[in-house]
Ligand binder design. Structure first.
Ligand SMILES: Nc1nc2c(ncn2[C@@H]2O[C@H](COP(=O)(O)OP(=O)(O)OP(=O)(O)O)[C@@H](O)[C@H]2O)c(=O)[nH]1
Ligand SMILES: [Mg+2]
Length: 198
């Protein structure tokens, strides 16, 4: 794949959905995963990156209940993970989330990068901080992607950068994006392109 544009304009196909660990497909493609609170904009960001409405965007939070795998140009797998922090879920559902998502993230051999999405309006909330601590303790490296930058609170980048100093597994580089306005989409495409070339 010669250029970023040719990668991101190639066909994006839904490969599989996994609601349980055993349904996770074996894939050889390099993979990147999008994780974050429910409603943070994971599915919208995948659609903006690929220029297609492949991932389902929810009107109600907690809509994406399974792990969805997409292949972009048969070069990379993009993974849309179910959101966390949806207030109405039971303890049982929360435990299932932990088991499925953390199980996937810990064991996935072809996983090259975890993108942890943070809403620019809300900043890092308690449940984001908890996930970051879990990732740190498991040695899972992750990169913060701010979403909905069209609605961002003043100083959000600085406050997130400050918090990252206490999270050893976080990439220092933050990318600020808006699926609505297109801000940061090209830089994130460039980051993903670099990841698969490594
Ligand atoms: N203003 C603004 N709204 C956005 C942006 N990205 C997504 N949204 C809106 O945020 C809501 C949630 O978007 P989704 O992409 O479905 O979020 P998600 O993280 O996939 O949600 P779950 O699948 O429920 O975990 C939708 O109403 C989107 O239209 C953005 O960049 N700016
Ligand atoms: Mg979604």
């Amino acid at each position: 794949m010669s250029s970023i544009n040719s990668l991101f304009s190639s066909e994006c196909k839904f490969l599989a959905g996994a609601a349980t660990f055993s349904q996770i497909p074996f894939l050889k493609l390099p993979e990147v995963a999008f994780v974050g609170r429910s409603n943070v904009g994971k599915s919208s960001l995948i659609n903006s990156l690929t220029g297609k409405a492949t991932a389902r965007v929810s009107k109600t939070p907690g809509r994406t209940q399974q792990i969805n795998f997409f292949s972009l140009g048969n070069k990379i797998s993009l993974v849309d993970l179910p959101g966390y922090g949806y207030a109405a879920v039971s303890k049982q559902t929360r435990m299932q989330w932990d088991e499925l998502i953390l199980g996937y993230l810990r064991s996935r051999k072809n996983l090259r990068r975890i993108f942890l999405l943070i809403d620019s309006k809300l900043g890092i909330k308690q449940n984001d901080a908890e996930i970051m601590e879990i990732f740190d303790s498991l040695g899972l490296v992750y990169q913060i992607i701010l979403t909905k930058s069209d609605k961002k609170s003043a100083g959000v980048e600085d406050s997130v950068s400050q918090i990252l100093q206490f999270h050893p597994s976080a990439f220092p580089k933050i990318i600020s994006t808006s699926s609505k306005k297109g801000e940061g989409i090209k830089p994130l495409q460039a980051e993903i392109f670099q990841i698969i070339r490594q």
